[in-house]
Design a protein around this ligand. Structure first.
Ligand code: SAH
Ligand code: DHB
Ligand code: MG
Length: 197
């Protein structure tokens, strides 16, 4: 996808989902018949574009991004990919946006993709479930990290944040969840999948 080239040219970190994971996001959005998708962590709009292409006719995607430079690159990429009209990027800390959306009792989402700062993942997950319709899906990226997430002594803040998320999800009665590992161009990692009861 041209998005990877233009993101690299703009100096963005190369931490997008892999192409196969992107295709999975499309498959899931499409098979859910998703009309409302929420993404946390836009970067250059690569995963955003896969998700937006999976939206049902007339569907909309909201993507939250803290870095205005990333959001600017993403806006251009989304326009170039022909999905700019379906996507709204909200620039600022995701937690603030999520609090606002919860207070405003926004129309529930069919699918939420969480892929931002990992120590905040448990908080994002909590808000995401509150914003999700019954039968809706929450996906979280980077929950395997080459197996690092299975090590309780690993000091990395991203690993610790993800371990906290997994503990939290296991005790969250509003969802049933699993983790699917994947191996591909981006190495060995995986998504958490949680469906709202
Ligand atoms: N989903 C993208 C990759 C996202 S990388 C893809 O696969 O193509 C993670 C992004 O989260 C970065 O752009 C980073 O700026 C953003 N981010 C980090 N902390 C954030 C926060 N507190 N609120 C919103 N976005 C945040
Ligand atoms: C990295 C990969 C990611 O998918 C992400 O969201 C953050 C960081 C990485 O490879 O460092
Ligand atoms: Mg990621």
């Amino acid at each position: 996808m041209a998005i990877l080239a233009s993101s690299r040219a703009a100096g963005l970190p190369e931490i997008q989902v892999s192409p196969l994971q992107g295709a999975l996001l499309y498959v899931l959005a499409r098979s859910l018949g998703a009309r409302r998708i929420l993404e946390i962590g836009t970067l250059g709009g690569y995963s955003t574009t896969w998700l937006a292409r999976g939206l049902a006719e007339g569907g909309r995607l909201v993507s939250l991004e803290i870095d205005p430079r990333h959001a600017a690159v993403a806006s251009q990429n989304l326009r170039d990919a022909g999905v700019g009209d379906r996507v709204e990027i909200r620039v600022g800390p995701a937690l603030d946006a999520l609090e606002r959306m919860t207070a405003e009792e926004t129309v529930p989402f069919d699918l939420v993709f969480i892929d931002a700062d990992k120590p905040s993942s448990p908080a994002y997950f909590d808000r995401a479930v509150a914003l999700l319709r019954p039968g809706g899906l929450v996906l979280v990226d980077n929950v395997v990290r080459r197996g690092d997430v299975t090590d309780p002594t690993n000091p990395d803040v991203n690993v610790r944040g993800t371990r906290e998320l997994l503990r939290h999800v296991a005790n969250e009665p509003r969802v049933r969840a699993t983790v699917i590992q994947s191996v591909g161009r981006k190495g060995h990692d995986g998504f958490l999948w949680a469906v709202r009861a």
